[in-house]
Ligand binder design. Structure first.
Ligand SMILES: Nc1ncnc2c1ncn2[C@@H]1O[C@H](COP(=O)(O)OP(=O)(O)O)[C@@H](O)[C@H]1O
Ligand SMILES: [Mg+2]
Length: 309
């Protein structure tokens, strides 16, 4: 599944509970660490905190600099500097409340819809500032689609759930072209075989896992560049989770994917890069196998070994 993850870690894909900590299998040294947490990070949640690892990439799809987000007077995301690569899955991990969802929502300007939220800094999508006045947020959200924790199909048919976006964005002119988009999107989302005989039945009549794949089909129907996923499997059972994870792995051939997850095993299975957030700071980012086997910052190590969070 993930080309770079050690074989032992891939083996943790099993759906049955296991006793050993997966990171032990992955070769992580769980003895007390000599690594230092940045003192700024530890003492004050770090106004000038720097990120360990490689935050920038050549030719990224997203380039984020000095991104801050506050809700009223509370700073929820601090000075984040991060590039997101093409055709890669970036996992965002960290304790609850550390700003993962808030940062994710910056990428398609969903924070604009939250009263009191204020975003500053520069976010370039393919070199273009997403806060440019000329850029319509609705168009941006078609290019940067989002899949939420709880599957949220429209109260419409399966067909209409997928057709709605392309139709309203002027894609798929004519019934045959629209059919083609709907069928292809359902195929790519791995749902076609299960729904092809009930396309005009309600989307809400599907199982939770099928609904989540329907939401993914709806997202890819408008031909996005990037797909954001905020804990997309946390409402799903292990079998449905495994199907969505397989799908994420296939989708990365065509899209950049940013996934927030509480499951470190999931991050290890599906992502090529992992970003660790702590109290609104991006503490560390790097290749997923490196983050899980050789974290540079002690805060990252404490979290992935279960000592914190
Ligand atoms: N709509 C909101 N209004 C006010 N504060 C918020 C809102 N959403 C999130 N926060 C606060 O911002 C911080 C980061 O939250 P969030 O991004 O949801 O964290 P995570 O997704 O990592 O759990 C938390 O302290 C949270 O309470
Ligand atoms: Mg969240």
């Amino acid at each position: 599944m993930n080309d770079h993850v050690p074989g032992e870690m891939r083996a943790t894909r099993a759906l049955t509970p296991r006793a050993r900590h997966p990171l032990e299998d992955a070769g992580l040294n769980l003895r007390p660490s000599s690594r230092k947490a940045s003192s700024a990070l530890l003492e004050s949640a770090g106004e000038e905190a720097t990120t360990s690892g490689t935050a920038t990439l050549p030719d990224p799809v997203f380039s984020c600099r000095d991104v801050n987000v506050s809700y009223g007077t509370k700073l929820a995301v601090r000075n984040v500097r991060l590039d997101i690569g093409r055709k890669e899955v970036l996992a965002m991990i960290g304790p609850s409340g550390c700003g993962k969802s808030t940062f994710l929502r910056c990428l398609n300007r969903m924070n604009d819809t939250i009263p009191g939220a204020r975003v500053s800094g520069q976010i370039l999508l393919d070199g273009r500032d997403i806060h440019d006045r000329e850029l319509d947020p609705v168009t941006l959200r078609a290019r940067v689609g989002m899949v939420f924790q709880k599957p949220n199909p429209f109260p419409k048919s399966i067909y209409e759930n997928v057709a709605y976006g392309p139709r309203s964005h002027g894609l798929g002119k004519g019934p045959a072209a629209l059919d083609e988009i709907v069928f292809t999107s359902l195929q790519r989302a791995g749902l076609w075989d299960e729904v092809k005989d009930r396309l005009h039945g309600p989307g809400t009549g599907l199982s939770g896992g099928q609904q989540q794949r329907l939401c993914i089909a709806r997202t890819i129907a408008v031909q996005p560049d990037v797909i954001l996923m905020d804990e997309p499997c946390s409402a799903l059972d292990p079998v449905a989770t495994a199907r969505v994870e397989d799908l994420i792995d296939q989708l990365r051939q065509n899209y950049a994917i940013v996934i927030v997850t509480h499951s470190m095993q999931q991050a290890a299975r599906v992502s090529q890069r992992t970003a660790y957030f702590h109290l609104g700071n991006l503490v560390e980012v790097g290749a997923t196998p490196r983050i899980f086997t050789n974290p540079r910052n002690r805060l990252t190590e404490d979290y992935i070994t279960g000592r914190f969070g």
